[in-house]
Design a protein around this ligand. Structure first.
Ligand code: AMP
Length: 192
């Protein structure tokens, strides 16, 4: 299964992706995690990405597309993967389509976890306060507002591209975490 978890920052994509990874034995591909690892390692990608991420803006498409392209070549992606935080722009979606097309495959499902803005702000601030290693540099209210604006302007408009393919499943992300997982499994179990 090749999946995309789609939704605003703070919707719970990371939590649900980890559960999907475990249940279906898929590789969990979080571009945010990959970019943070590059920042920690001080690679050229990391150096390019750090300031942009701290400001809540989007890392250039060629960088994120390159990161994903390399990652999906790895063996653990052979039987499927769940993308978390990618694609975030129309051009990333087109590039993903092209790279999968080249491999004779395609995305099977897009799970859209939707949550109201005020709930997102509350959740991210809570995540920042409770994070054991200290908050992520971009988990503060000003950056979150920037990330939400970027989501509305660049990312949400990608959804119709997948809706046109009839593969989008809407999930209410304001339900309790376990209920969200149950709904997602109800959608994905028949696809495996
Ligand atoms: P996330 O962990 O998914 O919330 O991502 C954290 C930050 O990494 C984002 O605010 C962006 O700055 C950057 N990022 C992650 N994925 C992408 C992407 N697909 N395109 C552009 N920037 C990204």
């Amino acid at each position: 299964m090749k999946l995309i978890l789609f939704g605003p920052p703070g919707a719970g994509k990371g939590t649900q992706a980890a559960r999907i990874e475990a249940r279906y034995n898929l590789a969990h591909l979080s571009t945010g995690d990959m970019l943070r690892a590059a920042v920690r390692a001080g690679t050229s990608v990391g150096l390019q990405a750090k300031e942009i991420m701290d400001a809540g803006r989007l890392v250039p498409d060629d960088v994120t597309v390159g990161v994903v392209k390399d990652r999906i070549e790895r063996d653990d992606c052979h039987d499927g993967f769940v993308l978390d935080g990618f694609p975030r722009t129309f051009s990333q979606a087109k590039a993903l389509d092209a790279m999968l097309h080249e491999k004779g495959t395609r995305i099977d499902a897009v799970v859209f976890i939707d949550v109201d803005d005020d709930v997102l702000v509350e959740r991210i601030l809570k995540r920042a306060a409770e994070s054991p290693g200290g908050p992520r540099a971009d988990d503060n209210e000003a950056t979150l507002r920037a990330r939400l604006a970027v989501y509305r302007e660049h990312t949400k408009p990608v959804l119709p591209f997948y809706e046109g393919q009839g593969i989008v499943h809407h999930v209410d992300g304001m339900a309790p975490i376990d209920a969200v997982s149950t709904t997602i499994f109800g959608v994905l179990d028949p696809l495996r």
